[in-house]
Each structure stands twice: as C-alpha cells, then as structure tokens.
Write a new protein. Structure first.
Length: 243
C-alpha cells in the first residue's frame, strides 16, 4: 500500500510546519509527516521551510539572524487563510515530544546549503537518538552532502536524496550514497523509472502531489509513499480505490 506523507503537515488546510498542521495530519490518519529544519541565530533547531520568515509569518528577516525568543513572538499562521489561525514556529524538540506519542513516521528535510558545516545535522541526530526514534525517521535534503554526512554519523537512520530534475539511473546513485529511498519531484518519475528503482530495492516517494490524476497514476504504480499538502483528501481517494 502506498503511504501518505503530509507535506509540512496538512499544509493545504492549516499553516505549514506548525503543530496545528502536524496534529491535523495525525487526525486525518496520514501515515507520515514531512517537515523542514534549519538553525536559528542562537543555534536551536527550528521547524521552518524558507530562508526568511516573511512569506508565512507577521515578521521579517532571515531565520538564521533571529533568536528563538524572537521567532516565538511571530504568528506562523498570519498569512494563511486571512490570518484565521494563530500558531507558533515550533522547535524540533517540541515537535518530537508530541511525535513520540503517535505511531507516525517523520521525514525531516535538512535546510542547509553548506557542504562543510553540518551543525544542523548533528543536533538533529542528537535529538532523535535521545528520544530513541531512529526507526521512525527519514532524513532527506536537496543538499546531498548533508544526507551523506547524516548516514556516516547515524547509519541506522534512513536517508533519501531530494531532487527536482530527471536523474539517470537513480537507484545506482541512491546506492552509491547509501540511501534507501529517493524523493523526486512527481514530474520526474515516470512509471518505468519507479518500477526499475523499486526492483533494485530502493523506495520511491514523490513530492508534492496534490492532483487526483497524479494520485491515481502513482497509486497504480504502487510508489512507496507520496508527499502531499492534502493528506485527508489523498487518503480518502486511496481508500475509494481499494473498494
């Protein structure tokens, strides 16, 4: 069965990367949650997608230039559905305390461009190990240096490269960097590629899939999971196909 991962939580219905969105994903029985992490000015691991806070909050500036205290004053729901939601920017450790009480899987995407400073990766791994959540976590990133470093430090935690363009023989690349899955843009994974990759023991989890025609295609291809902003709708659609 194709699993459904809630992209930044239930980002189509609730403010992305907030506890409101994560709890909604759990409520609608998503199989997993996808979220993004980056470092604050004072070195905390915070859940946030963009470099800057401007698009989703009532604040301005780069996350890396703001302290945790400053970030906590912002409303992460300010720009969503006319500001009807009020939500804090969560720290990773706050999310994990809640996540530990669920049976979900979590895909943590590293938001870093550095190829030599892996403080974000080290701190994230420390939190995961401290809470003994290694078996329920997947690390992904467009920065493949980060996930290779993660594998070297914590080989017990699954890794998966993110990519947006077509990749030649992605199963070979995945194995070369010791990844157990690939997370391609859904437009970059035709049926033949999906099947061939899975034949070589590599899981396929396309992102960000929000249209019914693509859900249908990927469910028929039996991808291991799809990542969507609308986990409730995707789950309902999947259940209807099984009848």
């Amino acid at each position: 069965m194709t699993h459904i991962f809630a992209h930044r939580g239930s980002a189509g219905t609730h403010p992305e990367n907030t506890m409101l969105a994560f709890k909604e994903a759990a409520r609608v029985k998503a199989d997993g949650i996808e979220l993004d992490v980056r470092l604050t000015k004072d070195g905390e691991v915070v859940i946030f997608h963009d470099d800057k806070v401007d698009r989703t909050t009532d604040g301005t500036g780069f996350v890396k230039d703001l302290t945790t205290k400053e970030l906590k004053t912002l409303n992460a729901g300010a720009k969503f559905k006319d500001g009807k939601f009020r939500a804090e920017i969560p720290l990773l450790k706050e999310f994990l305390e809640w996540f530990k009480t669920t049976e979900l899987v979590c895909n943590i995407e590293f938001k870093t461009r550095s190829i030599k400073n892996f403080e974000l990766v080290r701190k994230t791994i420390a939190f995961i190990r401290d809470m003994k959540l290694e078996e329920r976590i997947i690390f992904s990133s467009f920065n493949h240096f980060a996930i290779v470093y993660a594998y070297r430090v914590a080989p017990e935690i699954e890794t998966a490269p993110l990519y947006s363009e077509g990749l030649f023989n992605p199963w070979i690349y995945a194995k070369a960097i010791r990844a157990k899955a690939i997370h391609p843009n859904f437009r970059s994974c035709p049926k033949e590629l999906i099947l061939k990759t899975q034949e070589h023991g590599i899981k396929v989890r396309p992102y960000t899939v929000n249209e019914k025609n693509e859900w249908l295609r990927l469910f028929k291809c039996k991808v291991d999971a799809l990542i969507t902003d609308f986990p409730e709708k995707a789950r309902t659609f999947r259940d209807e196909l099984k009848r």
